[in-house]
Structures are given as structure tokens and as C-alpha cells.
Design a protein around this ligand. Structure first.
Ligand code: NDP
Length: 292
């Protein structure tokens, strides 16, 4: 082909690139959900699911920068390690101390954390956390992200119920020192009775996660009252034992699947500026996870 007949390179053949770096990566359904939203909304973006080991994280981040990626997700085990390759952190990511979404803003690579933001966005469709009393089970990475976002969103009090006191104390002190919420710890050595003043009950432990779907939280289920909103961070299965029980009591509920979808919605907004339709992503995620 000579220079006269050579095709002019059209920008239509050059999508904006986004993706995920994690290990393991193969079971992460985010790619299906995000690409479905890109396609549905005609966004000229792609999302690559990449298996990246800890030794290769720096090269992967540099590769994304060199190739002009718009941003990417980082999942286990990179949520803390990736911070040293970034130029800055968003407000809640700084408090949480971990990031899962990286966004290029004016040539700077900024780390955000959408774990808690996705949860709060899903919760807000059912109840506004402002001035609410919350009981949160768990003090791991997901619980910390959820607790920080709830405190920043205006929750009045949080009771963190966790098996390991050491882990919970770190979260309690962080929130009491850095946010206006009143936060306390409750040990979890025997069946826990939820206080009647609780407005929102949240499971942010891994209890009930596939394949251990029959595992139950050690709580007095009679202490769940119909006026409480009950949420679970577990996305697979979306209808956990806790949520099934809450339904039988007449409670409104929020599932981990909705949290995951909303994380995707927020991530896409960061990268593309577009508000995408969560129902498209919800449908695709259920299909990817073989959920009816
Ligand atoms: P971590 O390993 O950091 O924390 C696990 C938490 O569960 C800890 O608080 C741990 O308590 C508690 N826990 C585990 N087993 C038991 C048990 N048998 N009895 C009592 N407590 C228990 O995990 P993550 O915080 O990263 O993830 C937690 C869950 O959240 C996972 O199931 C994950 O799938 C889900 N998640 C969902 C997301 C979504 O978008 N839907 C996003 C991120 C996470 P202890 O400190 O005492 O060990």
C-alpha cells in the first residue's frame, strides 16, 4: 500500500482503555458488567481483566500509564501496594488506606475506593444513612470501607461487632478521630443481640460467601425488627441467609450484588464521565454469575 492509498487512521479504531489488575483474576465478573454498560451506552471504551502478580504490579501500572489508559481497578492483593505508584488519593481512600479504582485526572493518577461508595449508593435507594444508628458486623477491608463512607455520609453512630478486637479497634479509633460519627466496638464471643435503636444492620464479614452459603451469623435473629434495613456485602449468593431472614421479618434489604453494581457505576463515571444505567449491569452480572 503506498502513501496515497494508505487508510487514514480513524479515532474510531482507538478505544479508551480501562481494566483490572488482580490475582486471581479469572473469577472476577466485573469485566462482563462494565463492558455491557460500555456497549449499551455506546461508550468507546474497553475493560481488560488482567492477571497481575505482586512482582509485576509496578510494571503493569507503568504499562497502563505508557499505553495511555484512562484508569483501572485493583483488587486482591494490590489494594494497598498500588498506592506507592500513584500521585494522590481521594478523601475516603486516604482514610481507608486502600484503593480499588485508579483514575487519571489531569495527568495525575489518583486512587479512589469504591467499595464503600458503591455500598452507600445502593443503601441510599432504600434509606438515607444521615443521623442513623448502624450495627456493622466485620472489621476487615470491606467493613472499613463501608464504615468510612457511612461516617462521611453523616451516620450518627456505628457499633462495630467483630471477632478480633485488635482489628476492630483500628477501625473504631480511625473513625472516632477522623469523622464526626460516634463509633464503638462490641465483642462477638457469643450470640449477638441487635440493639432496638438500630436503624441499619450490615454484614461486612465473609460469612455466607459461596461456597459456604449455609454459614450463618451468630446473632439472635429475634432481635431483628421490621423497621430495620438489613444489608449484606456478600454478592454471591445475592440472597444470603441473613437477607432471607430479614425478608421473613418484613425488613427492607440491600444485597451485595447491588453494592457491586454501584461500584461499577461509580468507576465508569470516574473514567468516562457518563452516568450509566445500573439495570444493564445488574442483568449482565446475574448472567455472568449464573444467578436466576
Ligand atoms: P477480610 O478478610 O478483610 O475480612 C473478613 C471479615 O470477616 C473480618 O471482620 C473477619 O473477622 C470476619 N469473619 C470471617 N469469618 C468469620 C467467622 N466465621 N465469624 C466471625 N467473623 C468472621 O475480607 P473483606 O473485608 O475484604 O471482605 C469481606 C466480605 O465482603 C467478602 O465476603 C467479600 O466478598 C465482600 N465484599 C463485597 C464487595 C461487594 O462489592 N459486594 C466488595 C468487597 C468485599 P476477624 O477480623 O475476627 O477475622
Amino acid at each position: 500500500m503506498d502513501s496515497k492509498t494508505r487508510l487514514k487512521v480513524s479515532p474510531d479504531f482507538l478505544p479508551q482503555l480501562t481494566g483490572s489488575f488482580a490475582q486471581p483474576a479469572a473469577e472476577n465478573p466485573t469485566v462482563a458488567m462494565v463492558e455491557a454498560a460500555y456497549k449499551y451506552h455506546g461508550l468507546h471504551f474497553r475493560y481488560m481483566n488482567c492477571e497481575v502478580s505482586p512482582e509485576n504490579l509496578e510494571n503493569a501500572v507503568n504499562g497502563a500509564k505508557a499505553m495511555g489508559w484512562t484508569g483501572f481497578n485493583c483488587s486482591i492483593p494490590h489494594k494497598v501496594a498500588v498506592i506507592k505508584y500513584l500521585d494522590g488519593l481521594g478523601e475516603s481512600a486516604k482514610l481507608i488506606g486502600a484503593v480499588n479504582t485508579i483514575v487519571k485526572k489531569d495527568d495525575k493518577w489518583i486512587g479512589e475506593n469504591t467499595d464503600g461508595k458503591g455500598f452507600v449508593q445502593a443503601l441510599k435507594e432504600v434509606i438515607d444513612p444521615v443521623a442513623k444508628h448502624i450495627t456493622l458486623f466485620g472489621a476487615g477491608g470491606a467493613a472499613r470501607a463501608v464504615a468510612v463512607e457511612l461516617a462521611l455520609a453523616g451516620a450518627k453512630s456505628l457499633t462495630i461487632v467483630n471477632r478480633s478486637k485488635e482489628r476492630a479497634t483500628v477501625v473504631v479509633e480511625l473513625l472516632n478521630n477522623k469523622t464526626p460519627a460516634k463509633v464503638n466496638y462490641h465483642s462477638w464471643t457469643k450470640k449477638y443481640k441487635i440493639e432496638p435503636k438500630t436503624d441499619i444492620v450490615i454484614n461486612a464479614t465473609s460469612i455466607g460467601l459461596y461456597p459456604n452459603v449455609n454459614e450463618e451469623l451468630d446473632i439472635d435473629f429475634d432481635s431483628i425488627e421490621p423497621n430495620m434495613v438489613v444489608a449484606d456485602g456478600i454478592h454471591n449468593p445475592p440472597e444470603t441467609h441473613l437477607l432471607k431472614t430479614a425478608h421473613t421479618k418484613g425488613c427492607k434489604t440491600v444485597s451485595g450484588l447491588e453494592m457491586l453494581v454501584n461500584q461499577g457505576v461509580i468507576g465508569i463515571k470516574y473514567w468516562t464521565g457518563a452516568e450509566v444505567d445500573p439495570t444493564v449491569m445488574h442483568r449482565e452480572l446475574k448472567k455472568a454469575l449464573h444467578i436466576k
